[in-house]
Design a protein. Sequence first.
Length: 508
Amino acid sequence: MNSLDWAVLIGYFGVMVAIGMWSHRRVDDVGDFFTAGGRMPWWLSGISHHMSGYSAVMFTGYAGIAYQYGITSYVTWSFPIAVGIAIGARLFAGRLNRLRSRLGVASPLEYLKNRYDLRTQQALAWSGVLLKVVDVGAKWAAIATLLSVFTGLSLNQGILLTGVITGVYCTVGGLWADALTELGQFVIQLVAGVAMLVTVLGELGGVGGLGTVWDRLPDGHAQPTAGPYTLTFLLAYLFIKTFEYSGGMWSQAQRYMATRSAREARRSALLSAGLWLVWPAVLFFPMWAAPLLVTATKPDASDAYALLTERLLPHGLLGLVVVGFFSHSMAMCSSDANAIAAVFTRDIAPAVSARARTWSHRAGLLAARVSTVCFLALSMAIATQVNSPAFKDIITVVIKWVAGLVGPVSIPFLLGMVPALRRSGPVAALVSWAAGLVAFWLTNFGLSGVELQLQIAAPVATSLVLFVLLGLVRPETSDARDALLARINGPGEGGEGAAREAVTSSGG
């Protein structure tokens, strides 16, 4: 990178901080901080939902899959995510919005105390928060690793730089800052992605290269499934991603909660689904063509896209693409930080501290910001340890546990809103959650030779079957639970004013 690339990079960081400072004026209480006060336009929510769903792994791990196997990187990754979000638009997006507009909650898990009980809420909250700390730590390390390749900064310097800048804008501006910076990051990625596509097409002889390149690529590059990424893997991935991207990742649930109405939440989901269907294909094409232009040096070919960038792009555009590399990860980290702060402030703190239950407007907002800073600082501290040989193995294991928790946590959370499953109560929720964790451990550590698709699907499938089955054989019904579900699922869209009043009266 030369001075022009550095100017682009510094300018990007400056814009992110400026957006955070501007967003600060729109945050008056925890409802604004965690759900944008229910005033976020559907199109901004949709772009934010899309951007908060993937990280720099797109340009490393998935770039390697694209280099080795071709279009299967798209068919077995972004395509099932697009379909899963579209399914979730019908099943979950509107219901998640009504959690805010009708129940007045500011955290995705806040309604679980009334839907099940305090034990269930705390089990899901604590397990998700503790493991997300390590998950986000790994993402900081991934960003810093990419930054070090292009800039020469050390790993710790990269973690500190990206973490502090992300911390500034997401702590002062809350979800508004997250969404607006993600919009800016999407525009940057749009320009960088199109620039890379045009440059690669120029190397391949023009637009005609879109059709002729496949005859020159290695055999199998045009096959929709290849290697370990089989049709069964695709179906298993679709199964779990439907829950994960429909709100199982708490940050994504927040995007639906932040819109003005259930109808706008569904429109937001459909926009995100459309972006997942189209945009990754634009980003992937240079990766598919990479074997004709560069030779990857790593066994998993995870350096293919970086090599392509260094070879083809002029300075200035190189800096823009470098920004694009880690803008996705910054978006995901800031989104996770806001979601975890919401769960800690609204769900965990009131359960362990009587004082937290009576926080004033100002105290609640201060607690939200302090918990965001603490989460970011702890995750950054964990990220600095990835060079430790002992901890490197541990963090890999825990990251796998984070992936395994998506299903067990999301099943009671999402399906708890569905009226047909109203008979599944606290026992069903806790048993399905615990059994999902056991299934994950067995398929990943307890048993040998388990196929990849079974490792992916077993935890969520186990949780789903037990949650539904226990509701049938051991129903736990109550009038209060039925009344809660009626408010989440009844006709109409609910009122923003009532929701804000409810948040305020509950200690926000």
